[in-house]
Design a binder for this molecule. Structure first.
Ligand SMILES: [Zn+2]
Length: 144
């Protein structure tokens, strides 16, 4: 019973993360993230350029600019500038974290990740698994 309730919330939060991803200005890939702690949403984020830079994420060749921040990095940084912390929080994200972001996720104290799509490189997820972060993959948000 408790598990099915958790599942319901997981799906609802992941759907929110998907909505958030739609706010991204990036053309190649739109990723959304929601951070939940003690049953409260404490942060959100989507991939995009840092404050003060033009919103466009891709260069003339169509490649993603190196300084584009990933959704989870933006969400974690938003918590860092608040009075909250990510300690013990759950990260809901539409794409599994890359290597760089997985370091931030672990170091921020996030203890659980629920993701939708698999990133091409699963080294980030492998690292988080090793770090003791609980990982859940929900691949279909629309059938439940
Ligand atoms: Zn990343």
């Amino acid at each position: 019973m408790k598990d099915s309730k958790q599942r319901k919330y997981d799906i609802a939060y992941l759907r929110m993360a998907r909505e958030w991803g739609k706010l991204s200005y990036c053309n190649r890939r739109q990723v959304g993230a929601i951070i939940v702690k003690d049953k409260m949403i404490i942060s959100d984020g989507y991939n995009g350029t840092p404050t003060g830079f033009e919103n466009k994420c891709e260069d003339e060749a169509g490649s993603t600019k190196w300084y584009v921040l990933h959704a989870e990095a933006n969400a974690i940084l938003k918590v860092a500038s608040s009075t909250q912390t990510c300690e013990g929080a759950t990260l809901y994200i539409t794409m599994s974290p890359c290597k760089e972001c997985s370091k931030l996720v672990h170091q921020a104290g996030i203890k659980r990740i629920v993701y939708l799509k698999e990133y091409k490189d699963n080294a980030g997820i492998a690292f988080l698994d090793k770090a003791g972060v609980s990982i859940e993959h929900i691949s279909d948000l629309d059938s439940e």
